[in-house]
Write a protein that binds this ligand. Structure first.
Ligand SMILES: Cc1cc2nc3c(=O)[nH]c(=O)nc-3n(C[C@H](O)[C@H](O)[C@H](O)COP(=O)(O)OP(=O)(O)OC[C@H]3O[C@@H](n4cnc5c(N)ncnc54)[C@H](O)[C@@H]3O)c2cc1C
Length: 358
C-alpha cells in the first residue's frame, strides 16, 4: 500500500485549512501528503462566521463583513459597533474551490475516499473525524438557516442581528440570527442550545417561516440556500495515538460557550505549519485553559437555568463590544475577563462552580 509523510483524515474545514497552510508555505515540496475525504463532491454547505480578531488565508472567500450588530430580548434591543473587529462570513463553497484548485496542482498531494486505500503506519496523521463515545445528556448548538431573497429592499445591510431571543423558548435556549448580505438577501437562522432530546424543537422550517413572516414582516420571498447542523458543546473523546494529532472539532477547537471554531482552526493550522519539522515532539495546541474553565461553568448555568439565559446573554453586552468580542474569541486579557465576569449574576455562577460534575 502507498505510504506518505503526512495523512489528513477528513478534507473539511480543518483538513483543508491545514493542507492549504502547508502548501502555501512550501512545506509539501519535498514531502508527500494524502487527504482522505469520502464526500463525492464539494459544494457550499456551511456559512462560517466569526469576529475578525486575526488574519487568515481566506480573505477572498469572505461573503460580507459588518461593523454593527444588535442583540435583543423581548422589549429591549442593544445596538453595538464592532469597527475594530468586524463580524465576517465565509462562503464554504468558495473556500473549498480555492483550496482544492491549489492542492490539485501539487503532485505530492493525493486524494483518497477511504483510509483503507493507504498505509497509515509510517505517516504522521492529522485526524479531523471526531469520535463521540457518548452523545447522551450532552449539550448541542443545533440550527437551520435559510438564505432568502426578496423582490423588495427589506433589509438594512449594515447591521446583523446576532441574537434575537424574542421567540418561543420551550424550556431551552432559542434565538434567531440574521445576516443581511444585501438589501434583499439575508441568511436567517433558528438556533437552539439544548440536549436535542425534544423533537418538538426541530420543526425548524415552521420556526423560520413564522419568524420571517411575523417578525421580519416579509411575506414574499424565495429560498436560495439552506444549511443545517449541530455543533457539540462538549469535547469529543480524545485518543492519544502515537504520531497523530486531532484537528478541528475532533481536536477540541470549538469554543464551547459559543460554537465558534473557524478561527481556532486557522490558528491551529498555523501552529502545526510552524512546528511541522518537529511535529511529533510538539506540545499539544489547545484553547487556553481559562476559557475552558469559564465555559464549563457558563454551560452549567445554561443547562440548569435556561430561562435566565436570554437576560444573561443580553447583559454580557453591557460590556464594551471590544471586551466581549475579545473574550468570545479567546483574545481577552485578565481585566477584560474580569469585566465580563462581574457583569454575570455572581451567585448563580458561584453556586454552579461548587456543584460536582454529573
Ligand atoms: C452548518 C454549520 C455551520 C457552522 N457555522 C460556524 C460558524 O459560523 N462559525 C464557526 O466558527 N464555526 C461554525 N461551525 C462549526 C465548525 O466551524 C464547523 O463544523 C467546521 O466545519 C469544523 O471543521 P472540521 O474540519 O472539524 O469538520 P468538518 O468541516 O465537518 O470536516 C470533517 C470532514 O471529515 C469527513 N469525514 C467524515 N467521516 C470520515 C471518515 N470516516 N474518513 C475520512 N473523512 C471523513 C467529512 O466528510 C468532512 O468533510 C459550523 C458548523 C456547522 C455544521
Amino acid at each position: 500500500m502507498k505510504e506518505f509523510d503526512y495523512i489528513i483524515i477528513g478534507g473539511g474545514c480543518a483538513g483543508l485549512s491545514l493542507a492549504y497552510e502547508l502548501e502555501i508555505h512550501n512545506k509539501l515540496r519535498e514531502k508527500t501528503l494524502a487527504i482522505v475525504e469520502p464526500r463525492l463532491e464539494y459544494k457550499r454547505d456551511k456559512t462560517w462566521s466569526y469576529w475578525k480578531t486575526l488574519d487568515h488565508n481566506f480573505k477572498d472567500c469572505v461573503k460580507k463583513n459588518w461593523t454593527n450588530f444588535s442583540v435583543n430580548i423581548p422589549g429591549k434591543t442593544k445596538f453595538l459597533g464592532c469597527n475594530e473587529f468586524p463580524y465576517e462570513t465565509i462562503d464554504s463553497g468558495l473556500f473549498y474551490e480555492k483550496i482544492n484548485n491549489k492542492l490539485y496542482r501539487n503532485k505530492n498531494i493525493s486524494f483518497y475516499k477511504s483510509s483503507d486505500e493507504i498505509s497509515l503506519s509510517n505517516a504522521f496523521v492529522f485526524n479531523s473525524v471526531p469520535i463521540f463515545h457518548s452523545k447522551q445528556n450532552k449539550l448541542w448548538q443545533h440550527f437551520k438557516g435559510v438564505e432568502i431573497e426578496t423582490k423588495k429592499s427589506v433589509f438594512d445591510e449594515e447591521i446583523i442581528n446576532l441574537m434575537d431571543f424574542d421567540c418561543d423558548q420551550r424550556d431551552s435556549i432559542h434565538f434567531f440570527y440574521t445576516l443581511p448580505y444585501s438589501k434583499n438577501k439575508a441568511l436567517v437562522e433558528t438556533t437552539w442550545l439544548s440536549k436535542m432530546t425534544n423533537d418538538l424543537q426541530k420543526d425548524y422550517d415552521d420556526q423560520l417561516q413564522d419568524y420571517i413572516k411575523n417578525h421580519l414582516n416579509i411575506k414574499d420571498y424565495k429560498i436560495n440556500y439552506t444549511e443545517e447542523g449541530a455543533i457539540p458543546l462538549f469535547y469529543p473523546t480524545s485518543s492519544k495515538e502515537k504520531n497523530t494529532i486531532n484537528i478541528g472539532t475532533a481536536g477540541g477547537m470549538t469554543r464551547l460557550s459559543t460554537g465558534y471554531t473557524f478561527l481556532n482552526i486557522q490558528e491551529h493550522s498555523k501552529y502545526i505549519r510552524k512546528n511541522i519539522q518537529t511535529i511529533s515532539e510538539c506540545k499539544k495546541y489547545e484553547i487556553n485553559k481559562k476559557y475552558k474553565f469559564l465555559d464549563k461553568i457558563f454551560l452549567r448555568v445554561l443547562q440548569n437555568h435556561p430561562n435566565k439565559m436570554p437576560h444573561i446573554f443580553f447583559s454580557l453586552f453591557n460590556n464594551s463590544p471590544e471586551n466581549v468580542i475579545k473574550f468570545l474569541s479567546n483574545k481577552s486579557n485578565l481585566l477584560q475577563d474580569l469585566s465580563i465576569i462581574f457583569r454575570m449574576p455572581k451567585w448563580l455562577f458561584i453556586k454552579e462552580l461548587f456543584k460536582n460534575d454529573k
